[in-house]
Write a protein that binds this ligand. Structure first.
Ligand code: SF4
Length: 939
């Protein structure tokens, strides 16, 4: 029987039909809902049901004051604060600690503390004569605080004192101002009511029944005590395991032991405490699992095994709320109904990310000559947001492609409205100048998204964020404030950070998913508690209070120890009535979070584990399902074989394709067989590929203009005059969005890169001056050759040679490399051995070009052919030589190596085309570093 069923049975047996004369008061509304169901099950004839409400609603009923929302309270406090503060503070700066101060004032009143001495400064405190209301222990705590304060550096003292000194007048004025407007924050509301009861100005009903309370505030204690004096009843939900008088170290029972000694509440405590945890609790399963997703998978497996005839008797408790959606996705298909009862942090919602992205789009926008432009990064982020992507579908994709392939950096409106588009409404709403009214800008987006078919949970997030924006708008207009975009973003983020969206489903149906606080007063047969780690439960210290610890403790305001005791109680009471308990935590501490089990788990093991078999520990860190990457290998099926066949007649195999194949067979498959495009991204700055392109194109232009001419030193020096002009043109072609070269402006990193490219080209020409004279025969000349494998298959190979020149009796095959490629390699065999530690891909490529040239009709069979590498790293060294070196010896004539080279080439081509060899992943992880398919491989 659950606690609420016990209460229902108890009072129905006692009061019968007269039960309707009573009001049952619970700590929260959810408990009253479950109580009503429990009561209905007991009664088989029509009677008036009693009123059952939360204590908050009960106090509000007794009050004439309205409770404004938190945002309005902080605004009112800001107004008051400004009057007292010696400095001016903008609202968005004030919000963070204004919110904290409202909570502090709330505590002061909830715990009925005397604010005047509490907020007294050191000077006033020393003069205070009347401290009789404080116990010796309290006095010691306060003195301890002020002593430690005096020991602090002057600067820290001044900083604290500056704010502390005005807190009492601010507190007083704030309360008065609210009361004048018939308003109060919660603590104040409770205090006014409790004071009235204590002073006898008001009498509380005797027909009240309080159930399920723990950790009472002073006002609650006063209200319940006054009611009990008049004859009200109290039902406590507790167990001897933690609440017995003797067990003073068990923090879960701290409050109950205190109430047992209370002059009035003590009378309501049961004389015999139930001992359910030791007598009835079944085996408790504690599982350590690596990774959050692995936890949700494990949960799915457990639920599959469970009988789900009464799903509402099963609860999934989330120590970490961000697990909500992974859990929902991991539930087995046979679970049809789920009720989520928790406050989900709005900051995790996808719509919040979109709002933020749009605000940054606005922030980074520029208006020149009445024309607005946006930064491409913001635009892409907006377009790639799941909401926008889903709503715009193809239009978003084509816009992204348009931006990326044209390398658009700043986008004007004309860039965002393509001819193919239907002038989508959403694009108009997103990409506009929102500066006139940011509230309206965001609200229009929300309205549009909300009207589309999206999931109900997302609708709730949208509705909540819309509400928050509207409230903020109202307040900003009421208080006549103005916010620039930076202040707007700061304030918006601060407000959203603290908002939780209460999910409201059918609370009594289906499997229940909730946070631990929501489980208060409820009992379930099957409990699955996820992420019960120390970080989440109880979690780290959250010192968001302006009132120092010792002062809080002295005046009875809640402290960290109290919070820990409350969490301990919530944990232990879950064990009292369930039949099946599964607790799991994430052992992965990557990123500094997680890893440690909650202290309550350790405590439980310590208390029970040594003497009973009630605890089963297991470790699923090696769960194969949670393994992160799977090997990928592709068999050569019919389709792949037919693509490979095309290399005999339609396609050409290039030297760089072969280099890719030697690096990784799978990478070759992705790029050349499956045709997976490498991601094209907009870059304002040069990336490595563009750097290489500019270098190659410039060299092509320079030497292309003097093809066939014998070049002496002077002619080459003259070529240097053209570098600047050609490089500029190359940049303009790549990044100038089709603009004329003259209009192209170098910006940012491109200025540096331009100078590096120019330096490298000048260095190449300087080297060429040294080795002149020579004659350039071809630039970017294409050479092809059909190679016959031993099995009769012919493979068409092709290569584009950067430069072919003739010097004396030698033809040089030159390859430009902007990187740090080496000219050395051990032997020809190593060039085709993918596992060789010194395999040199650049040397293989240059020799391949030499091979293609030697096989071409252009080669007369007489001259030496010398492969050469102009590599970025070597060019700047004094002893630079472009000549390849095999086993430390320069290669002056590659013709001599060609037989062996062809043999190695045929061998690797045979593997590529004919064998059963699959396209599998490289075993050398360093080959994956710059691979564009890393995300697919999960490398
Ligand atoms: S990531 Fe590594 S294993 Fe995967 S395709 Fe690229 S190079 Fe091959």
């Amino acid at each position: 029987m659950t606690f609420l069923e016990e209460v229902a049975q108890n009072i129905y047996h006692k009061y019968g039909e007269n039960i309707s004369d009573y009001t049952i008061i619970f700590p929260n509304r959810r408990a009253s809902l479950f109580f009503n169901t429990a009561l209905r099950k007991l009664i088989n004839k029509p009677i008036w049901a009693p009123e059952s409400i939360s204590i908050e609603d009960f106090v509000k009923q007794q009050s004439e004051y309205a409770v404004p929302d938190q945002l309005s309270l902080v605004f009112t406090l800001h107004e008051v604060f400004q009057k007292h503060a010696p400095f001016k503070e903008d609202f968005e700066q004030f919000y963070f600690w204004g919110d904290m101060l409202v909570k502090d004032f709330n505590d002061v009143d909830h715990y009925m503390a005397d604010a005047k001495p509490l907020f007294a400064n050191l000077f006033e405190w020393k003069k205070l004569s009347d401290t009789d209301f404080l116990t010796k222990e309290q006095l010691l705590l306060i003195e301890k605080f002020w002593r430690s304060f005096e020991a602090k550096p002057k600067e820290a003292q001044e900083k604290f004192t500056r704010n502390w000194n005005i807190l009492y007048p601010v507190y007083e004025d704030f309360r008065n101002k609210l009361l004048q407007h018939k308003q109060a924050y919660n603590g104040l509301l409770y205090r006014i009511y409790a004071d009235k009861l204590l002073s006898g100005k008001e009498r509380i009903s005797d027909k009240l029944i309080f159930a399920g309370f723990n950790a009472l505030t002073k006002t609650e204690e006063a209200i319940i005590s006054e009611a009990v004096k008049n004859g009200a009843e109290v039902f406590w939900d507790l167990d001897a395991y933690y609440a017995s008088k003797e067990n003073i170290n068990q923090e879960a029972g701290n409050f109950f032991r205190e109430y047992a000694n209370h002059s009035i509440l003590g009378m309501t405590m049961p004389s015999d405490l139930p001992n359910k945890i030791l007598e009835n609790t079944p085996q408790i399963n504690i599982t350590e699992i690596k990774g959050n997703i692995a936890q949700t998978k494990f949960l799915g497996q457990l639920l599959l095994k469970q009988n789900l005839e009464s799903p509402e008797k099963t609860v999934i408790i989330l120590g970490d709320e961000s697990l909500l959606f992974p859990v929902l996705y991991a539930l087995p298909e046979n679970i049809k109904k789920v009720n989520v009862t928790m406050g989900y942090p709005l900051r995790f919602a996808s719509i919040y990310q979109l709002m933020n992205t749009c605000l940054h789009l606005q922030k980074n926008s520029r208006t020149e000559k009445d024309e607005i432009s946006f930064n491409h990064r913001d635009v892409l982020k907006v377009l790639k947001h799941p909401f926008v992507g889903n709503l715009l579908e193809e239009e978003a994709k084509s816009l992204i492609q348009h931006i990326e392939s044209n390398n658009l950096i700043r986008l004007k409106l004309e860039d965002l409205f393509l001819e193919t588009q239907q002038h989508n409404e959403l694009i108009k709403i997103l990409f506009k100048d929102g500066s006139e009214n940011y509230f309206l800008y965001l609200k229009n987006i929300l309205q549009f998204v909300h009207s589309e078919e999206i999931e109900t949970t997302e609708q709730e997030f949208i509705a909540e964020i819309y509400k928050q924006i509207s409230q903020l708008e109202q307040i900003i207009s009421d208080f006549d404030l103005s916010l620039d975009i930076n202040a707007f973003i700061r304030l918006f983020n601060r407000i959203i950070q603290s908002i939780r969206v209460p999910f409201s489903g059918e609370p009594l149906e289906g499997i229940q998913i909730m946070g631990v606080l929501e489980s208060r007063n409820l009992d379930f047969d099957h409990i699955y508690f996820l992420s019960i780690s120390e970080d989440n439960f109880p979690g780290g210290a959250n010192n968001q209070s302006f009132i120092p610890y010792n002062i809080r403790k002295a005046y009875g305001l809640p402290t960290l120890e109290q919070r820990d005791a409350i969490y301990a109680y919530l944990f232990y009471r879950l064990l009292q009535r369930s039949k099946d308990i599964n607790l799991m935590y994430n052992s992965d501490n990557t990123g500094g979070k997680g890893g440690e089990p909650s202290r309550y788990l350790l405590q439980l093991q310590y208390e029970l584990g040594l003497q009973s078999d009630k605890i089963k520990l297991q470790n699923l860190n090696q769960d194969p399902q949670a393994a992160e990457s799977y090997p990928i290998s592709i068999e050569k099926n019919e389709e792949i074989r037919s693509i490979l066949d095309q290399y005999s007649n339609e396609r050409y195999l290039s030297a760089s394709a072969l280099k890719t194949y030697l690096n990784c067979r799978l990478q070759f498959y992705f790029k050349y067989i499956a045709g997976l495009k490498e991601r094209e991204e907009v870059s304002e700055d040069l990336d490595a590929a563009d750097f290489g392109n500019i270098l190659h194109h410039t060299m092509e232009e320079l030497y292309g203009s003097v093809l066939g001419e014998p070049l002496d030193q002077n002619k080459i020096i003259l070529l240097k005059n053209d570098i600047d002009k050609i490089v500029r043109k190359e940049f303009a072609d790549l990044y100038g969005k089709g603009k004329d070269v003259k209009e192209y402006k170098f910006e940012g990193r491109n200025i540096i890169i331009r100078d590096v490219v120019k330096r490298m080209i000048a260095q190449i020409l300087d080297y060429d001056v040294k080795i002149a004279p020579f004659t350039v025969k071809a630039v970017e000349g294409e050479f092809e050759h059909k190679i016959s494998l031993d099995n009769g298959r012919n493979i068409r190979m092709k290569g584009s040679i950067d430069r072919l020149d003739e010097k004396e009796n030698t033809i040089r095959v030159i390859d430009y490399k902007s990187g740090g490629d080496e000219v050395k390699f051990p032997d020809v065999e190593s060039l085709f051995d993918r596992d060789h530690k010194d395999r040199n891909g650049a040397a293989m490529q240059t020799l391949m070009y030499s091979f293609l040239y030697i096989k071409s009709p252009d080669y007369d069979g007489e001259k030496n052919v010398m492969p050469g590498l102009y590599n970025g790293k070597g060019l700047f060294q004094n002893d630079f030589s472009e000549k390849l070196k095999m086993n430390s010896k320069q290669i002056n004539n590659a013709v001599l190596l060609m037989e062996e080279f062809e043999e190695g080439l045929k061998k690797i081509l045979t593997e590529l085309f004919n064998s059963d060899q699959e396209f599998d992943q490289t075993s050398k992880i360093e080959n994956c570093t710059y691979c564009p398919y890393r995300t697919i491989c999960n490398k």
